[in-house]
Design a protein around this ligand. Structure first.
Ligand code: MV4
Length: 480
């Protein structure tokens, strides 16, 4: 195992990585911007190096500064977290060039999965189901005949894209002809790569992803699925494991497909294979070559520390378990708590947190960058916490989520906690009856959330102490 690891990230994920390092007896180095000098992750690390001003482009994204910090502190490996440099091949290569272990996949696997046209091709060759579609598009008439073969509606996607950027639906030939130029120029502008392709457009699919881990000795296993369909504008807000619609046989099929996908690109470390699922069928969409935000739901259900596995794999150890040792138990749900205004198109709403009280109790885990009142900077992602609950059943996990959301008090900024209350209480959601279209199909949830929000506000005006407000809020609701 490594003696010292540098954490090239901030906020809750930096804390998350530091905590597993501590469990394994690994010393940690935090790198941070000027704005994060007093952040919890900086205080919790064994050492800290300031790498630049608040904007990420001048700090968390500056490869040379981070490599220099690792060299000067003698860190043998770098954990990139998610976002920032986590899927940056240049960064992975810079680590290798400096004899620093990048805690993630080989750069070649990252490169292949970073482009959809070659990765779709590789998956198809390996027998992983892909959505019927094309390779890189050529001229317009060729594209039109390809669309006829696939069947409308079709989706135009950018090969270098991801997270839904630059996708366009075409429902007939005319729409297709008129969209191609824009799709190509958008791809060029957004990704510096104008390769586009077609896929058959599946309406209202569910987003189901499989967690895989692979070591450098040829062992690869999967840890079941996470259902991530509750999202808006390609930002997930609620995730759960297991999915309410995946049975054991489908899980085994999807798991095998995900392991095949990982093996076919020489994948090592933790990764996630994203599928869309509809009416019993699943199709490969892309692979995320990093630890994901929503990894805790898998950790709770499978009883595994994914960051510890990443560290062991990167230091050359073998996986700590085989596929037959993988046992799912119970149910976990995650709500992403964001500093945002759900009533105004989920606009970020950073600022000074004046009061902070975290929920806890049976089955509750909070992964948060906040440990008390503090600043939520407009320079970074507005996600300030992940509230994760666990239960023996989905029902119990949901009930505990409801309790935990009631106890959670954050004052001074707007958060989406009331919106989460509205979703968690929704009858369709509770029945597991939802798709990626859920939020758009339920605009009334904003008014329901407002009602929760108003109740909480009234309480907070009466009771200034956040912990007391939390206790009273929970008591009021318990009393009906
Ligand atoms: C699709 C699709 C329907 N049909 N591909 C969106 C993000 C990117 N990873 C791929 N996405 C989609 N690809 C085909 N052929 C629908 C989506 C999609 C989606 C996928 C996962 C989670 C949320 C989504 C929301 C809207 C659209």
């Amino acid at each position: 195992m490594f003696e010292k690891v540098l954490v090239a990230n901030r906020g809750e994920i930096a804390l998350r990585v530091i905590r597993s390092c501590r469990d394994l007896g690994v010393r940690t180095v935090a790198v941070h911007s000027e704005a994060d000098r007093a952040a919890a992750f900086v205080l919790l690390a064994d050492e800290a190096v300031e790498i630049g001003p608040a904007p990420s482009a001048q700090s968390y994204l500056v490869i040379d500064r981070i490599i220099e910090a690792a060299r000067s502190t003698g860190a043998e490996a770098i954990h990139p977290g998610y976002g920032f440099l986590s899927e940056n091949q240049q960064f992975a290569r810079a680590c290798a060039d400096n004899d620093i272990v990048f805690i993630g996949p080989p750069p070649e696997a990252m490169a292949l999965m970073g482009e959809k046209v070659p990765s779709r091709e590789r998956m198809r060759e390996s027998g992983v189901p892909v959505v019927p579609g094309t390779g890189a598009l050529g001229d317009v008439d060729e594209t039109v005949s390809a669309a006829e073969r696939i069947g409308y509606p079709v989706l135009i996607k950018a090969s270098a894209g991801g997270g839904g950027i630059g996708m366009r639906v075409a429902r007939d030939e005319q729409e297709l002809r008129s969209s191609l130029d824009t799709a190509r120029s958008t791809a060029q502008r957004a990704f510096g790569n104008d390769t586009i392709f077609l896929e058959r457009y599946l309406e209202e699919p569910r987003h189901i992803e499989i967690q895989v881990i692979a070591d450098s000795h040829g062992n690869a296993i999967h840890l079941g699925e996470r259902e991530c369909s509750i999202q808006r504008r390609h930002q997930k807000i609620i995730e759960e494991s297991p999915s309410p619609v995946i049975d054991a046989a489908t899980r085994a099929h999807m798991g095998e497909a995900a392991v095949t996908a990982a093996r076919s690109v020489g994948y090592v470390n933790a990764g996630t294979v994203e599928f869309i699922y509809r009416e019993g069928e699943f199709y490969f969409l892309e692979m995320n070559t990093r630890l994901q935000v929503e990894h805790p739901v898998t950790e709770l259900v499978y009883g595994i520390d994914l960051v510890a596995e990443q560290l062991r794999i990167a230091s050359g150890e073998r996986l700590s378990l085989a596929q037959e040792d993988v046992v799912a138990r119970g149910h976990a749900i995650e709500c992403r708590v964001n500093a945002e205004n759900y009533a105004r198109g989920f606009l970020p709403s950073p600022g000074q947190v004046t009061g902070y009280h975290e929920p806890s109790g049976p089955g509750v885990r909070v992964d948060s960058s906040l440990v008390g009142p503090g600043m939520v900077s407009p320079n970074y992602d507005p996600m300030i916490a992940k509230l994760i609950t666990y239960g023996a059943s989905r029902e119990q996990a949901l009930d505990r989520m409801h309790r935990a959301l009631l106890e959670y008090v954050i004052t001074g900024i707007r958060t989406n906690i009331p919106y989460h209350m509205a979703v968690i209480s929704d009858a369709h959601f509770r029945a597991g009856d939802y798709s990626t279209a859920f939020i758009d199909q339920h605009p009334e949830l904003i008014a329901v959330a407002d009602e929760w929000g108003r109740q909480q506000e009234a309480l907070r005006r009466l009771v200034r102490d956040p912990a007391r407000a939390a206790a009273i809020a929970a008591a009021v609701v318990a009393a009906g």
